[in-house]
Write a protein that binds this ligand. Structure first.
Ligand SMILES: *[C@@H]1O[C@H](CO)[C@@H](O)[C@H](O)[C@H]1NC(C)=O
Ligand SMILES: *[C@@H]1O[C@H](CO)[C@@H](O)[C@H](O)[C@H]1NC(C)=O
Ligand SMILES: *[C@@H]1O[C@H](CO)[C@@H](O)[C@H](O)[C@H]1NC(C)=O
Ligand SMILES: *[C@@H]1O[C@H](CO)[C@@H](O)[C@H](O)[C@H]1NC(C)=O
Ligand SMILES: *[C@@H]1O[C@H](CO)[C@@H](O)[C@H](O)[C@H]1NC(C)=O
Ligand SMILES: *[C@@H]1O[C@H](CO)[C@@H](O)[C@H](O)[C@H]1NC(C)=O
Length: 243
């Protein structure tokens, strides 16, 4: 059995709306679409300035408000992005100025001397009206004996690198319900205005590969990490093809 589709976690994006564009419904927090435009895609309300298709979205503000409703999935899901990258939207709240999207989990799986599978993604948000919300997201790294790094740019000029180190000697060092505080899991805050970012690992798997076959790193909503760490591989939907 194998599952190569990267697992997904929710990531919260702030929606940057021009002050002048306190558009219909935004101030009241009500979800309103343009007349004769779909107000939902599947279960997800689509409030203007978002819309499904050119004439339903405020494309003069940003082409990224032009969503597609992906009907090949049941229920249909709204997608945002362009030819280069699309992500699935799970929720839009104009009241909070936030959009929640599914973000792939970065991971690297290995044996003693081979990288087995790898997914290291990133985001380029410079041209979009979205930024990661610093208060609603954390950079989280899971694994024994790995430094997870997030690097990118704040605005156009200021380069940014941060990360955290997660260590454990054995699988028994990670316990059910333990906080994400360095033993098998660590977290770092996300700065404001992080317009692009990617993830990488500085690692030496020689001591851990026998009991810890993968490392994970993600920018994800605060509070998602509250389950047994030993279950992570199963819970995120990865299947260890070597088993
Ligand atoms: C809006 O999205 C549709 C479907 O992807 C596309 O055909 C159209 O060109 C887009 N419009 C703009 C202004 O980007
Ligand atoms: C719709 O979803 C399917 C299944 O996740 C995906 O393969 C496809 O690329 C999506 N289409 C668009 C236009 O996003
Ligand atoms: C964010 O970056 C943009 C582009 O460089 C800059 O104009 C803006 O002032 C920055 N905002 C903050 C709060 O740092
Ligand atoms: C961590 O794991 C190692 C090796 O399995 C073990 O010797 C050690 O006692 C554990 N420490 C804690 C605090 O559980
Ligand atoms: C981990 O704990 C279990 C149960 O307490 C024990 O059977 C096992 O030997 C321990 N493994 C290591 C490597 O310490
Ligand atoms: C990885 O760690 C092992 C054992 O701690 C060490 O012998 C080896 O030199 C390290 N490899 C690298 C590339 O640092």
């Amino acid at each position: 059995m194998s599952n190569q589709r990267p697992a997904m976690l929710v990531f919260v994006a702030s929606i940057l709306l021009p002050a002048a564009a306190t558009l219909a419904g935004a101030s009241s927090g009500r979800s309103v679409s343009l007349p004769s435009c779909p107000d939902k895609c599947g279960d997800v309300p689509i409030p203007y300035p978002f819309g499904i298709g050119t004439h339903c979205a405020a494309t003069s503000l940003s082409s990224y408000f032009n969503l597609t409703c992906n009907g090949t999935i049941d229920p249909p899901r709204p997608m945002v992005g362009n030819d280069e990258a699309v992500v699935e939207i799970t929720d839009i709240s104009l009241e909070h100025g936030e959009m929640r999207v599914l973000s792939p989990v970065n991971h690297i799986c290995f044996t003693l001397d081979t990288t087995f599978t790898k997914f290291l993604g990133g985001y380029e948000l410079q041209l979009t009206p979205f930024l990661p919300s610093p208060s609603r997201n954390r950079f989280t790294v899971i694994g024994c004996n790995t430094l997870g790094l997030i690097s990118g740019y704040k605005g156009t000029a200021s380069q940014y690198v941060a990360g955290c180190y997660s260590y454990c000697e054995g699988v028994n060092n990670t316990t059910e319900g333990a906080p994400c505080a360095g033993m098998g899991c660590c977290e770092a805050a996300i700065p404001a205005n992080l317009t692009s970012f990617g993830v990488k690992f500085e690692m030496n798997q020689s001591k851990v590969w026998g009991f810890n076959p993968c490392f994970y790193a993600m920018v994800a909503e605060v509070g998602w990490y509250n389950f047994r760490q030993q279950d992570l591989v199963g819970r995120l939907g990865f299947v260890d093809d070597r088993a």
